[in-house]
Design a protein around this ligand. Structure first.
Ligand code: 16G
Ligand code: MG
Length: 554
């Protein structure tokens, strides 16, 4: 049994994975993320930290995912996953940053010792870690560095390599490993177990309903392509995918003019799908690690592109869950709520608020997930397509013990129970969310057009502003208002007041060195104008170089 820190081993490995000079790493909303070539030392150190985190929790299995999600192919990243499949606890994010930025091996060892001390960690505890990566070319070498970290800190068997898989699968593996044989058992801890679980729930939920039409899925030329291919085998004859953007060989294609982020930010159809969609036919896009989902279709009348984003998914799913809870005879016994961020379209918030409680929280899955857990059934989605539904322990127990008194109640209760299995509550999951959407549409007999008609999005615009120091931008009220730089918010308010249905907010990005401006208004022109005016204001207030001022800023 290990009782002391294996300092010599750590030193030896640390020398092999030196930190690049003059780079400052920060564990942001989704872990560390930057050019893959810069991340060798970070990976090694996160291997060590994952081991320490597991030891701190008495040997519970911790997850490590190597991915940069929707970012360009040259980027990579790493994030740690806590035992129930949730994001790393916030207090440990600062440990991650602290270890990643130690300049030398000596400093690294000192910092490791400090983490052990501050975290009250007993080094003699066992450590268990499962890790995976997406399809990025830099992934294999980075995983090798991670493995050195796991070995150096004494993780059992050097960790469990789950190979190339999606972020949601990794989260599922963490949760199932830790809950196996407990009352919170979440399924078989294997990728096949994940597919089987989703497939069984899908079959139960679609039984007796018309089969959904074959669905075009844009896999962003990423790991989602593997996942869709593997899952398809489990649902033959029940559900048919038509995967596109599945090229994992050609360099540079990952997320390039493809995937959920492309669809959301460009508000247009991925070029590879052009000419493949008939009017009214729906299609979906995953992002590069398959934890975000975006739907779209071409209008049957005008052939115009129509996007069904995270807000539309939340509205569809929450509405259906309310109906099921009522139909099951459980109205008033389960509190349903929706969690959004400031990026949620104003129309979606209005639509939802008429039906159930809606909460707004800062950007980043951990905030949404946490807030959703306060409800009996919490639906959370970011507009960018990342989200899921969480069920409280009480709700799960109630569903299982409920005695329905009519056949209708029995059916609704069974559907709710199957939905708890179809939904990956550990994390936003493009595949599971897609199946959820398809089940709801099949239950309601809705087309994409009918789904989209629930409310009309207010035209909106997102603009990025490069400023010398984004850390100067401090917000309050779930990021909807700036407190610093002092005085800027008042100027934004004065601009917003000039636009009908106008709304705008400014926040520092957690993943990029930039400040983001969001604006929406009654018309497309007004939304664009408001966004560019606020962007100009931010740029000038920050003392931006007039020569480099983007010409669209007003
Ligand atoms: C990360 C977050 C996502 C958020 C996005 C915002 C996770 C797993 N992912 O991708 O939820 O929407 O960052 O990016 O938390 P931004 O801070 O650059 O606007
Ligand atoms: Mg992602």
């Amino acid at each position: 049994m290990q009782t002391d820190l294996p300092e010599e081993v750590l030193r030896e490995y640390s020398e092999k994975h030196k930190k690049p000079e003059s780079v400052n790493f920060a564990y942001g909303t989704a872990g560390f993320r930057t050019l893959g070539e810069r991340l060798d030392s970070v990976m090694f150190r996160m291997g060590v930290l994952a081991g320490l985190r597991s030891k701190a929790l008495g040997g519970k299995t911790i997850g490590v995912m190597v991915t940069a999600s929707h970012n360009p192919e040259a980027d990579n990243g790493v994030k740690l996953v806590d035992p129930m499949g949730e994001m790393l606890e916030q207090s440990w994010e600062s440990y991650a940053t602290y270890l990643a930025n130690a300049e030398t091996t000596d400093e690294f060892i000192t910092n490791v010792q400090a983490v052990i001390y501050r975290g009250g960690i007993s080094i003699s505890q066992p450590a268990n870690v499962v890790y995976a990566r997406d399809t990025r070319p830099s992934g294999a070498a980075l995983v090798a560095a991670l493995e050195d970290g796991l070995k150096a800190i004494g993780v059992e068997g050097g960790g469990w390599n789950a190979g190339v898989t999606t972020t949601p699968v990794l989260h599922y593996l963490v949760r199932t490993t830790n809950t196996k044989g407990t009352p919170e058992d979440y399924g078989e801890p294997s990728e096949e177990g994940y597919y089987s679980k989703l497939a069984a729930a899908l079959k139960a939920l679609l039984s007796g309903k018309p089969s959904p039409p074959p669905l075009i899925v844009d896999c962003a030329n990423g790991v989602g392509a593997l996942s869709v291919a593997a899952f398809s085998k489990h649902v033959e004859g029940v559900f048919q995918f038509q995967p596109t953007n599945t090229d994992l060989q050609t360099p540079g294609l990952l997320n390039f003019k493809a995937g959920a982020d492309f669809v959301k930010t460009s508000q247009s159809i991925p070029p590879a799908l052009q000419g493949k969609l008939s009017a009214g036919q729906r299609a979906a896009s995953f992002d590069g690690d398959a934890d975000r989902l975006m739907y779209f279709y071409l209008d049957d009348q005008t052939s115009q592109f129509r996007m069904l984003d995270g807000d539309k998914i939340a509205a569809l799913v929450a509405g259906h869950l309310v109906e099921l809870v009522n139909a099951a005879g459980l109205a008033g016994r389960i509190e349903l709520g929706v969690v959004q961020t400031a990026y949620a379209n104003g129309s979606s918030t209005k639509f939802l608020e008429k039906r159930l409680p809606v909460k707004c929280v800062p950007t980043g899955v951990k905030h949404l997930h946490h807030a959703a857990e306060a409800f009996g059934i919490g639906v959370y989605f970011e507009a960018n397509g990342h989200g899921t539904v969480v069920f409280s322990k009480e709700t799960l127990a109630l569903l299982n013990s409920h005695q329905p008194s009519t056949p209708e109640q029995t059916k609704a209760t069974e559907d709710l129970i199957q939905l708890t299995k179809l939904i990956n509550s550990a994390v936003g999951d493009a595949l599971s969310d897609l199946l959820l959407v398809e089940v709801v549409l099949a239950s309601k007999g809705y087309t994409a057009t009918q789904w989209n008609s629930s409310y009309s999005d207010l035209p909106n615009r997102l603009v990025k502003v490069l400023v010398p120091d984004r850390s100067l931008y401090k917000t309050t009220d779930a990021e909807r208002k700036l407190t610093e730089p002092v005085g800027l918010q008042e100027k934004i308010d004065a601009l917003v007041a000039q636009y009908e249905a106008g709304r705008s907010f400014v926040r520092a990005s957690g993943t990029e060195d930039a400040v983001r401006v969001y604006a929406e208004a009654g018309t497309r022109e007004a939304a664009d104008e408001l966004a560019f005016k606020v962007a100009g204001l931010v740029y000038d207030e920050a003392g931006g170089d007039p020569a480099k001022r983007p010409k669209e800023f007003i």
